[in-house]
Write a protein that binds this ligand. Structure first.
Ligand SMILES: [Zn+2]
Length: 100
């Protein structure tokens, strides 16, 4: 393994790409924020996590609902408590450069 070789390879790939997406943090208050283009990671106090899409939640509660209010109503599928906290995730995962 030669890490330097890997880095220079990645750099070459990046240089060829003119648009590097700016990964700003998402600030979601309502489900409709960011046009629903995000994913929600729900973390329960018991440690159980699950991912869901705003589209799924909007079908239940509507797009104009406050995310915090909605999350308070969500029940953990493992322990049954309503103690989930939301983390907003970007829809697109960063491109990974695999080494051969
Ligand atoms: Zn739980």
């Amino acid at each position: 393994m030669c890490p330097e070789r890997t880095i220079s390879h990645c750099k070459a790939v990046l240089d060829g790409c003119t648009v590097i997406p700016c990964r700003r943090p998402l600030n979601i208050t309502k489900l409709s924020d960011e046009f629903g283009q995000y994913e929600i990671l729900l973390t329960c106090e018991c440690g159980h996590t699950r991912k869901c899409f705003p589209q799924t939640l909007a079908r239940i509660a509507g797009w104009e609902v406050q995310l915090d209010d909605l999350v308070k109503r969500l029940r953990c599928s493992k322990c049954g408590e309503r103690k989930c906290r939301p983390t907003i995730l970007h829809l697109t995962t960063p491109r990974k450069y695999t080494t051969h």
